[in-house]
Write a protein that binds this ligand. Structure first.
Ligand SMILES: [Zn+2]
Ligand SMILES: [Zn+2]
Length: 189
């Protein structure tokens, strides 16, 4: 091993990237990679920022000791990113569907919901997932199947179309009969 090769190996073990070593020694990164492979050099040990254990990374970019540590440590960041992405998608959908409640005209995106006009919304979400349905609506494949309602108006719609408490609706006793029964009861008492 000549002096130049030694310098390359030592700087790599110290954590420098191929590009930086190339700048210092005026060699192409591929040449440096070849030397490092030939001499079987490894980067010096690092400390995992999550579990604090010492490990030898397999590459320059490896910061955590394991995938598990990386996932746990970066979970909050991913969570926030996914939340913002979903929220933007929802806002896009709301704008596409008119941006306000069909019943009362409220425009607050926090309480606006996409209403399945023909029902079966929950089942479809379970089968397909929200993302797929959103995509279909935005691509214009599901015209006249949805409208936008606030949470209250959506609930009222469900009651009025007898979709909520269907069992109760089907087996309900007419109100006149209930009054009749009460009258009988009160006269006996
Ligand atoms: Zn770790
Ligand atoms: Zn409303």
């Amino acid at each position: 091993m000549n002096k130049e090769e030694q310098i390359i190996c030592i700087s790599y073990a110290g954590g420098l990237s191929y590009a930086k070593i190339g700048k210092n020694t005026r060699h192409r990164p591929a040449f440096i990679a070849g030397i490092i492979k030939a001499n079987n050099v490894k980067i010096a040990s690092r400390k995992c920022p999550y579990c604090k254990s010492i490990f030898i990374p397999s590459g320059l970019k490896q910061i955590y000791c394991s995938i598990k540590c990386r996932k746990f440590s970066e979970r909050p960041r991913y969570k926030l990113r996914n939340m913002l992405r979903d929220r933007n998608k929802r806002k896009e959908l709301i704008n596409y569907l008119g941006g306000k409640c069909v019943g009362c005209g409220i425009t607050d995106w926090r309480i606006l919901q996409v209403n399945h006009l023909n029902g079966g919304g929950r089942r479809e979400i379970l089968l397909k997932g929200n993302k797929k349905i959103y995509k279909e609506i935005l691509n214009g494949q599901r015209e006249n199947e949805f409208d936008l309602r606030c949470a209250n108006c959506n609930l009222i719609y469900e009651f009025e179309t007898k979709r909520r408490n269907r069992v109760a609706w089907e087996h309900s006793v007419p109100i006149e009969k209930i009054i009749e029964r009460r009258e009988v009861h009160s006269t006996v008492a």
